[in-house]
Design a protein around this ligand. Structure first.
Ligand code: HAM
Length: 398
C-alpha cells in the first residue's frame, strides 16, 4: 500500500515537473529554531534534540521545508534556475503525545516552489496536493485558505488584535493568555471552546491586509475558482510554523477524527533570506503519509495487484534448467514471472502458482521441450491455449 501511494505521489510530482531532493535526517538545531520559530510548539516542545560528540546541537528534522531551503542556499540552486521546484518523501520526528494519526516518527510528502512570487505558483501547489488525493481515489476533504499578511501589515494587525485580546485576557485559557504577547494570532486558532466563543467577533487578518497582500489573496481565490477547486476562507487559520507570509492553507478530512489535517502549506517569502540566502519568494506544502494511509484503508482502497504474470512449472527434473532460464528471460524482458526454487513436486508447484495468484501457468517437461509446444493456462478464467515454448517472451510481449 505504501509503495502504491508513494508511486502515485511521485507520478503526480513528476507530471507537475517537481524534482526529488533528499536532505539529511538531522540538521543543526539552529536551522529549525530560526525557520520554524523559537516560540512555536514544534521548536519549544517537540523537537528531538541531541548533542553530538563534538558538542554541537543537532535535531531530527521535524519537517522538510527548512532542510530543503538550507540545501537550496548551500548548493546555489537559485543560480542555475530562476524557479526550483523540488519534492521530498520521508520520515519526520516530533515529540508529541501519540494518538491515532499522530506519531513521533511519521512520514511526510511535500514540495517547495522556490523563487516565484506569483499567485499562480500558490495555486499550482494547492492543485498538485489535491491532484494527489484525487488520483488515490480520495474525495472527502475540504480546503481552507487564508492570508496571514506580510512583514508590513501583519505587525499592525497583531497590535490591533493584542489590544482586543488584552480586554478579555483573564477569561481566556492559560495557553491563550501566554500567546497574547508572543503570537496573538494563535489565540484565534485555539481548540478551547470557551476561547473560541470569546474571540468569535475579534478582528481578522483578512480585513487588515495591505494592498499587495490583498491583491495576491484575491488572485489566489480567483485562480482556485477558475481551476474548479472548491475552498473556504478561514480568517483564523494561522498554522503552527512561523515562516508563512500571505497564503496559508490546510486540507482536512472528516474521516480522520481529531487529528484531521491531511496537509498544510503556504507561502514563505522571507525564509530564504532569513536563512542567509537572497530574497527568494517561495511556496510549498507537506502532507502526512500515515493519515493518508488511514483514509485509504477506511475507504477500502487497495493497490492494484502485483502478482506474477506467469508461473512456469517443471514437470520433471530434466526440464528444471530450461524453466529457470526461461523465467529469467521473461524477467529481463520486463515480465514478472516465477518458478519453483524448492525442488517441489509438480502438484506442489501448481498449488504455489495458485497461491501466488499468477495470471497464467505453464507446465513444461521433456515432452513439451521435444514437441516445442505447451499448454498455457489462464488461472483467472480457466481457458487454455497451445503456445510455442521457444517464443514465450515474444508471446507475452505481444
Ligand atoms: P505541518 O502542518 O506541520 O506543515 O505538517 C504537514 C502535515 O504533516 C500535517 O497536515 C499532517 O498531515 C502531518 N503531520 C504533522 N505532524 C504529524 C504527526 N506527529 N504525526 C502524523 N502526521 C503528522 C509542515 O510541516 C510544513 N513544512 C508544510 C510546508 C511546506 N509549508 C511550506 N512548505
Amino acid at each position: 500500500m505504501w509503495q502504491f501511494a508513494e508511486r502515485t505521489i511521485r507520478d503526480v510530482f513528476h507530471q507537475f515537473n517537481y524534482k526529488e531532493i533528499r536532505t539529511p535526517i538531522f540538521e543543526s538545531t539552529s536551522l529549525f529554531a530560526r525557520s520554524i520559530g523559537e516560540l512555536t510548539d514544534i521548536v519549544g516542545k517537540e523537537m528531538y534534540t541531541f548533542q553530538d560528540r563534538s558538542g554541537d546541537s543537532i535535531t531530527l528534522r521535524p519537517e522538510g521545508t527548512a532542510s530543503a531551503i538550507r540545501a537550496y542556499i548551500q548548493n546555489n540552486l537559485g543560480e542555475s534556475l530562476p524557479l526550483s521546484k523540488v519534492y521530498y518523501i520521508g520520515p519526520m520526528f516530533r515529540q508529541e503525545r501519540p494518538q491515532a494519526g499522530r506519531l513521533r516518527q511519521f512520514h511526510q510528502f511535500g514540495a517547495e516552489a522556490i523563487g516565484s512570487p506569483t499567485a499562480e505558483t500558490d495555486v499550482e501547489i494547492i492543485a498538485m496536493t489535491i491532484e494527489i488525493y484525487k488520483r488515490l481515489g480520495i474525495t472527502s476533504y475540504s480546503l481552507q485558505i487564508n492570508s496571514v499578511g506580510d512583514e508590513e501589515c501583519r505587525p499592525k494587525y497583531k497590535e490591533i488584535l493584542r489590544d482586543e485580546l488584552r480586554k478579555i485576557a483573564d477569561q481566556l485559557s492559560t495557553e491563550s493568555q501566554k500567546r497574547i504577547d508572543q503570537n496573538p494570532m494563535r489565540v484565534l486558532d485555539s481548540k478551547d471552546e470557551n476561547d473560541q466563543k470569546l474571540t468569535a467577533s475579534m478582528p481578522l487578518i483578512t480585513d487588515h491586509l495591505n494592498e499587495e497582500c490583498s491583491k495576491h489573496f484575491e488572485r489566489v481565490k480567483a485562480l482556485l475558482t477558475a481551476y474548479g477547486i472548491p475552498y473556504t476562507v478561514n480568517g483564523r487559520l494561522v498554522r503552527g510554523l512561523d515562516y508563512y507570509t500571505k497564503t496559508a492553507f490546510e486540507i482536512t478530512s472528516t474521516e480522520l477524527g481529531s487529528q484531521d489535517a491531511l496537509a498544510g502549506g503556504g507561502r514563505y517569502d522571507l525564509l530564504v533570506k532569513e536563512l542567509g540566502g537572497k530574497q527568494t519568494p517561495s511556496v510549498g506544502f507537506a502532507a502526512g503519509m500515515e493519515r493518508l494511509m488511514m483514509i485509504l484503508e477506511k475507504k477500502g482502497i487497495t493497490p492494484p495487484k502485483q502478482n506474477p504474470k506467469i508461473f512456469i512449472a517443471a514437470a520433471d527434473e530434466s526440464s528444471r534448467e530450461w524453466v529457470l532460464k526461461t523465467t529469467m528471460a521473461l524477467r529481463t524482458n520486463g515480465i514478472a514471472s516465477e518458478c519453483d526454487l524448492l525442488s517441489r513436486s509438480l502438484k506442489s508447484q501448481m498449488k504455489e502458482a495458485d497461491r501466488q495468484q499468477a495470471e497464467f501457468s505453464l507446465v513444461v517437461g521433456t515432452m513439451e521441450l521435444e514437441s516445442g509446444k505447451a499448454l498455457l493456462k489462464n488461472l483467472t478464467d480457466h481457458t487454455q491455449q497451445e503456445i510455442s515454448v521457444n517464443d514465450i517472451v515474444g508471446f507475452f510481449n505481444k
